[in-house]
Design a protein around this ligand. Structure first.
Ligand code: GCW
Length: 720
């Protein structure tokens, strides 16, 4: 009897472990769960009897521990790592310079094509013995290969007869943290900053290592750890020591640290009278400061700068232009191999022109004027990370300058951390867009990977959604946006759907029942969000400051910070006329894109109100009036969220309880907030259209005044 009870207890324990075990999401996509497919498990165990990692650097130590950890957990048997290949079925990891064995394999010509960070994962036969080899020209490259190999097993892919050749398509793959030194995060929705400045440099939070592991696993090789709305303090000696301590943790993972440079730092912390970039003393101050930084951080990456934008100081304060400012910093960094990432996110309410045109107007004439180690960093669209924007006209328009893409991973305008929105389709839409700068096929991806104009440097930046919430990103699904961003920075040509597949398998399950529900759900989630927030090309109609809820009525103060400026609804129609009869922003695009956007009847309907002021009764391609189409899309969006909620409920039991409940509750919030967006926007716009919401739809249950009077304090992400 006692034995029977023990048996049942063990069974129960095992069962709870396998099915109900709660997971808090801390492990991200690096969960390394035991492979539960017996056939594959046998295959893996047969193919990997031993592991050999060559090399003695800190990076090889990282590889050893990650591989041993991953394989032991997934293949449910202990793996230790040795440094001699003595038999077959060995997983061998090394570079030609750290291993005689790798040199003997004849991989050199293949490795030559892969640069410093690329890698091979191949099955080799040497002296009649079959092994799996991960090889690269650098140890960081082998680390990337090791993570790729672990991903194959995590996502239940075969490891027989592997012949993988990978190489990053961009040189700079960065996260941009908008983290302040007081640990608040501008537009951050997942808690406070993970950088514990007060305890640095002496206390090293183990989280820093897990952050580096996660980033290296997707190929991110740099991080800007401070807000672009910069604080000069981070450039003082006291803080440089703290930054150096972080850099030391990240170094073995191939991740460089970058800082934001406040343009007025020479005045604020240097005691100079001016920050004029053409003043010799100023240039000298930066040169000395940069030397000081490199003394502490020999592989420091460089500076990211927001200048003369939204109140930040910059060269224009002294009558100089952006190139003057960027080049002065670039000259200080060049001897050390550092770069400047100079943001093109500039607009000024004192300039009478359409905000959407201003960045192009300022930067296009500066093409060719920047030093070699300067990137111009351009947001995906010309306004500001809206749910849908056309690609930024600067892409393709500055052939002599490497342009760095800036995507926003944090969901400032896309549901903060309560809406399940997979952003990879948004990133993909922009990367795949054809600028036609050099004829057909001049995609944005080719501009930013440097291939269109043959640039040495190329890159992507993603505004981080990471905070000190236990699961890093607040919403469990927001982890997918960090993941997808990294994968696309590595290869801008990957498909968002394939990335979703990879992520689901690693983060939730290889069970096809789970994948078949989650993949389509994620894939349509961005379109659903566009529908319930800003359909048909509407944009910038969110509430003031916190940008979280709807605010199509926002008016007063700086016109370019109101909603009225963007939607221009009146009794005749709605939308911003940016065609040749309006602000003529379309002229900043190459033909035939220009024509396409310019003509109302050719304009893609999902960007209609971005480029045109359209009559309420205008007939769309499906024969509907504009007003009815707007209604349909808002209701379609909220219905899609309700559908997501139902689908998620169907996965009860297939997902661990803790994350299942977490997402269930967030989906209810998303349902409520999508209805809020829909009702508030439709009631507001109805004042102008004077047309009814079609009978078939449930009527908004609150008045417009109700929505307009809602007040919120302490919404995360802003100074309250
Ligand atoms: O998206 C807007 C945000 C600001 C941000 C700015 C920028 C860091 O509302 O909070 O400031 O863009 O990108 O500089």
């Amino acid at each position: 009897m006692a034995n029977l009870t023990k048996f049942f207890l063990t069974f129960l324990l095992l069962f709870t472990f396998l099915i109900g075990k709660s997971e808090d999401g801390y492990e991200l996509w690096l969960r390394y769960k035991p492979v539960d497919n017996q056939v594959l498990l046998n295959e893996y165990c047969k193919a990997i009897k031993e592991v050999v990692v060559f090399g003695q650097s800190e990076t090889t130590e990282v590889i050893k521990s990650e591989i041993a950890r991953g394989l032991s957990a997934m293949l449910v048997q202990p793996y230790s790592v040795s440094s001699v290949v003595s038999s077959e079925n060995v997983l061998v990891i090394g570079t030609p310079s750290n291993s005689e064995f790798i040199r003997s394999l004849n991989l050199v010509s293949r490795l030559d094509r892969l640069g410093n960070e690329g890698y091979l994962i191949v099955e080799t036969t040497s002296k009649g013995k079959k092994n799996i080899v991960i090889a690269s020209n650098s140890e960081v490259g082998t680390l990337y290969g090791a993570f790729h190999f672990l991903r194959l097993i995590q996502s239940n892919k075969s490891v027989v007869a592997l012949n993988i050749e990978e190489k990053p398509q961009t040189t700079h793959r960065l996260l941009n943290h908008w983290d302040n030194l007081d640990r608040t995060i501008e537009r951050g929705y997942a808690g406070f900053s993970i950088w514990d400045w007060h305890k640095l440099p002496d206390y090293i939070d183990p989280r820093y290592t897990d952050y580096a592991r996660a980033n290296a696993s997707i190929g991110i090789n740099g991080t800007v750890i401070t807000n672009v709305n910069a604080n000069a303090l981070v450039l003082t000696d006291q803080y440089i020591k703290k930054v150096a301590a972080l850099a030391k943790v990240f170094r073995p993972y191939g991740i460089k640290i970058y800082l934001t440079a406040r343009f007025s730092a020479p005045v604020e912390i240097g005691g100079l009278k001016t920050a004029d970039p053409l003043d010799a003393q100023v240039a000298d101050w930066w040169k000395t400061k940069v030397e000081e930084i490199y003394k502490a951080i020999p592989d420091f990456g460089g500076f990211l700068v927001k200048a003369n934008s939204e109140g930040q100081p910059g060269p224009q304060n002294y009558g100089r232009n952006h190139a003057d400012g960027a080049n002065m910093l670039a000259k200080a960094l060049a001897p050390h191999g550092g770069v400047v990432m100079w943001r093109a996110f500039v607009y000024d309410h004192n300039v009478p022109d359409d905000r959407a045109k201003q960045a192009y107007t300022e930067f296009n004439p500066l093409d060719g004027k920047f030093d070699e180690n300067v990137f111009v960093q351009v947001k995906n669209g010309a306004i500001d990370f809206q749910p849908r924007e056309p690609f930024h006209p600067l892409f393709g328009a500055m052939p002599k300058t490497p342009l760095m893409m800036e995507f926003q991973i944090t969901q400032e305008y896309t549901g903060c951390a309560t809406h399940l929105v997979y952003l990879a389709p948004l990133f993909e839409e922009c990367l795949d867009a054809d600028t036609h700068a050099k004829g057909k096929g001049s995609t944005v991806a080719k501009v930013i990977d440097g291939s269109l104009d043959n640039h040495l440097y190329s890159g992507m930046a993603g505004v981080s959604n990471i905070g000190n919430d236990r699961n890093w990103t607040g919403h469990p699904f927001a982890q997918s946006n960090w993941y997808a961003y990294g994968r696309l920075a590595w290869n801008p040509n990957l498909s968002s759907e394939d990335i979703a597949d990879e992520w689901i398998r690693q983060t939730f399950s290889n069970d096809s029942k789970v994948i078949d529900v989650l993949k389509p759900m994620m894939m349509q989630s961005r379109e659903a969000m566009v529908d319930y927030m800003t359909p048909l090309g509407l944009h910038h109609i969110m509430a003031r400051n916190h940008h979280w809820g709807p605010g199509p009525w926002v008016d007063g103060g700086r016109p370019d910070w109101t909603s009225l400026y963007y939607h221009r609804a009146d009794s005749l129609g709605i939308g911003f006329n940016r065609s040749s009869t309006g602000s003529n922003a379309v002229a900043q695009y190459y033909e035939p894109v220009r024509q396409q956007f310019d003509k109302l009847e050719n304009c893609p309907e999902n960007l209609l109100l971005w480029f045109h002021h359209v009559p309420w009764t205008y007939k769309l391609k499906n024969g509907q009036t504009l007003w009815n189409a707007i209604c349909d899309q808002y209701y379609r969006g909220t219905d899609a969220v309700k559908q997501m909620q139902k689908q998620w409920q169907g996965l009860k039991g297939s997902i661990d309880d803790q994350r299942f409940d977490h997402v269930s509750q967030l989906l209810q919030i998303q349902v409520n907030e999508s209805v809020w967006w829909r009702n508030a926007c439709l009631l507001y716009f109805q004042q102008f259209s004077k047309m009814p919401i079609p009978e078939k739809y449930e009527k908004p249950d609150k008045t417009l005044e109700y929505y307009q009077n809602l007040q919120f304090r302490y919404v995360p992400g802003i100074e309250n």
